[in-house]
Design a binder for this molecule. Structure first.
Ligand code: CMC
Length: 431
């Protein structure tokens, strides 16, 4: 530690005083380096749900929750949403820089080349009940994919690492579309490599072998934007899960399967599905006020509102709001009753002191659910679409982590509040 290093002093009250260095980020909050707390002072920090803990160093994504900013590798999400595509964003997140023309072509070609899945996986699909939740299937199928690519275990090899990343980004749309087709008893549609990433997904979802299908370009563009906006979001629950799973040196597809499982929850990726359920429950514009009153009485939460990090409008939500209007206009659904109901709910909540004081703004999921529904994607598949998008971020963060010179397996500690030592009680003596 140099003389100029800023420190925070901890007085343990027993004569010991520790000076912890303060690490300065390029952007965002300073971080107290607590790494010597356990080994040097025999104490741990207590921070359930990681409310104040930086669990890693990262160069990928930056969020300023108070200012409502989101940057991928320094580029604001607004500029990327306006000018870029999901695959270009993927390259940026994975490599740190926007691709030049040749790099972009090579990356897109490689992704297109790997879109098909091993035919044996069709048998894995057939093992599921038809009414299985797509996220249950997705967790299983992504995990099963590891069995088909044992070479991905050799991720210290840059070639194997790259090909594994390309494979998963390429195959996720195919797998997510297959979840939908399987549930609905529809034949699986093979990917069409002449199509762009978003249009290919829409094709595999909605085409049939019987007639030609051409995706509406407004819908393809909007869908691609949804993917780009969800591609990464710093150290959220599922990304942290991927990092923790990956820190053991497990297969990258298994680490991503763990991320998929985590994303399923309604506090995370399941929120846009929950938004639609909530709108259906409210049912009618006239019931918005009474529903909001129930939220304020803490009977339930307003789904699609609030965020652990954003205490200002989520920048992705602003873009999604505009996209939502574009899509509904293009599909002639701007008078859709559910959309009108959601706009009323947004208006009522945004003007209510309860939400204003708690800084609860609509988040990205509030609008993405409405767009996905308009496109024809069923509610149950929303989180799987989120997983398809977030695969890029999970892999970028996994790649960054396994590249660390001093990678250690993640191992949080605990504040134990259970029984102290006691003797085994024989069965006859138990009450
Ligand atoms: N509706 C009503 N009240 C809320 C809501 C909500 N959606 N979110 C937070 N609050 C209240 C909460 O009751 C608490 O009030 P009080 O201070 O009186 O106890 C206060 O706001 C702070 O709540 P918190 O649970 O400490 O906030 P958090 O930052 O831990 O929660 C959240 C973040 C996303 C889990 C939460 O806002 C929530 O449950 N939202 C609804 C689910 C949702 O839309 N999730 C998607 C998040 S965005 C997708 C992603 O990036 O993964």
């Amino acid at each position: 530690m140099s003389e100029n290093t800023k420190t925070v002093t901890i007085d343990f009250g027993d004569g010991r005083v520790a000076k912890m260095p303060v690490l300065e980020p390029v952007l965002g909050q300073s971080v107290i380096d607590m790494r010597t707390l356990g080994s040097g002072y025999g104490m741990w920090s207590y921070d359930p749900a990681f409310l104040s803990t930086a669990a890693c160093e990262s160069k990928i994504t930056f969020i300023d929750g108070d200012k409502g900013q989101l940057f991928y590798r320094g580029y604001p999400i607004e500029q990327l949403a306006e000018q870029s595509t999901h695959l270009e964003g993927a390259y940026l997140l994975l490599h740190g820089e926007l691709p030049n023309k040749a790099q972009k072509e090579a990356f897109e070609k490689s992704i297109k080349y790997h879109t098909m899945i091993n035919d044996q996986l069709v048998s894995v699909f057939k093992g599921f009940r038809r009414d299985a939740h797509p996220m249950a299937m997705l967790t299983g199928i992504v995990g099963a994919l590891a069995a088909f690519y044992p070479d991905a275990f050799d991720f210290k090899s840059p070639e194997h690492r790259e090909i594994s990343i390309h494979r998963l980004i390429a195959k996720m749309p195919t797998i997510v579309a297959m979840c939908y087709r399987y549930t609905n008893g529809l034949p699986f549609m093979y990917p069409q490599n002449s199509l762009d990433y978003a249009s290919n997904f829409l094709y595999m979802m909605f085409a049939t072998p019987c007639e030609e299908y051409v995706a509406n370009p407004v819908i393809s563009k909007a869908f691609d934007r949804i993917l780009l906006l969800h591609a990464d979001h710093e150290q959220n629950a599922s990304t942290s899960t991927v990092r923790i799973a990956g820190s053991s040196g497990t297969h990258p597809f298994s680490a991503v399967a763990a991320g998929v499982a985590c994303l399923w929850g309604p506090s995370h990726g399941g929120a846009n599905e929950a938004v639609l359920k909530m709108l259906a429950e409210i049912g009618d514009e006239s019931k918005v006020e009474s529903y909001v009153a129930g939220v304020k009485d803490k009977k339930y939460r307003l789904m699609g509102f609030g965020h652990r990090v954003y205490k200002n409008m989520d920048p992705r939500a602003k873009i999604m709001r505009t996209t939502c209007y574009e899509v509904l206009e293009a599909l002639g659904k701007h008078n859709d009753p559910l959309f009108k109901l959601s706009m009323k709910l947004e208006k009522v909540a945004l003007s209510d002191p309860y939400f204003i004081e708690k800084k609860l703004y609509p988040n990205v999921d509030f609008y993405s659910g409405i767009i996905l529904r308009a496109i024809g994607i069923p509610n149950e598949l929303f989180t799987a679409v989120f997983a398809l998008a977030r695969t890029v971020g999970w892999l970028a963060q996994w790649q960054e982590m396994i590249g660390e010179a001093d990678l250690k397996i993640s191992r949080p500690r605990q504040l134990y509040t259970g029984y102290s030592l006691r003797d085994y009680v024989k069965l006859d003596s138990r009450k």
